[in-house]
Design a protein around this ligand. Structure first.
Ligand SMILES: [Zn+2]
Ligand SMILES: [Zn+2]
Length: 179
């Protein structure tokens, strides 16, 4: 298996997925919303083009919450056990997603590019010394390699052009939450 191909799944085993590209970027977010939504100290999200994520088995349920800026943040969870697997955010629509690194079979294989919203972290949380730590967010150019920035810009251009992904859409849930 190539280093860029990773597989993961939910807590009950019903959902399995495969990611076939290296993440564009990875954030370890300590914001209050991530704390509340996960029940943990923070979350690690890896962002990738949606066409590189394939649902291998299981059903997803979507839960829509609001981002800090008020847009819809769609959390896709295992319909059976509720484990959160990935999210769609307003900036990229359905073209890109952030998957929960902790649901990978080998979560240690992905290292965050940045620790963000350190200002909202629980006070006893220690941050890594070898990963940039930001009080809130950061500018891509300050952290990411040019190729990663180019991938993000390509996604944002596709979003603004309103074009749908040319690929099939395996990420559609079989049923929706009532939210
Ligand atoms: Zn499950
Ligand atoms: Zn967050």
């Amino acid at each position: 298996m190539s280093e860029a191909i990773r597989e993961g799944g939910c807590g009950c085993g019903a959902v399995r997925y495969r990611v076939s590209a290296a993440p564009i970027f990875v954030n370890n977010c300590h914001c209050r919303q991530c704390q509340q939504q996960t029940g943990g100290t923070s979350v690690v999200n890896a962002f990738v083009e949606a066409e590189h994520v394939e649902l291998l088995q299981g059903d997803l349920a979507e839960h829509t919450v609001l981002t800090g800026s008020g847009g819809p943040h769609v959390i896709c969870r295992c319909a059976a056990c509720g484990s959160a697997l990935w999210s769609f955010y307003p900036r990229l629509g359905r073209l890109g997603l952030g998957f929960r690194v902790a649901t990978l079979d080998d979560p240690g294989s992905v290292k965050p590019n940045a620790v963000i919203f350190a200002s909202e972290a629980m006070p006893w949380v220690a941050h890594p010394e070898d990963i940039p730590v930001f009080e809130r967010s950061y500018a891509f150019k300050d952290v990411l390699a040019p190729e990663a920035i180019a991938r993000m810009h390509a996604l944002m251009e596709r979003k603004s052009a309103g074009r749908r992904s040319p690929h099939r859409e395996p990420l559609q849930p079989s049923r929706k939450s009532a939210v």
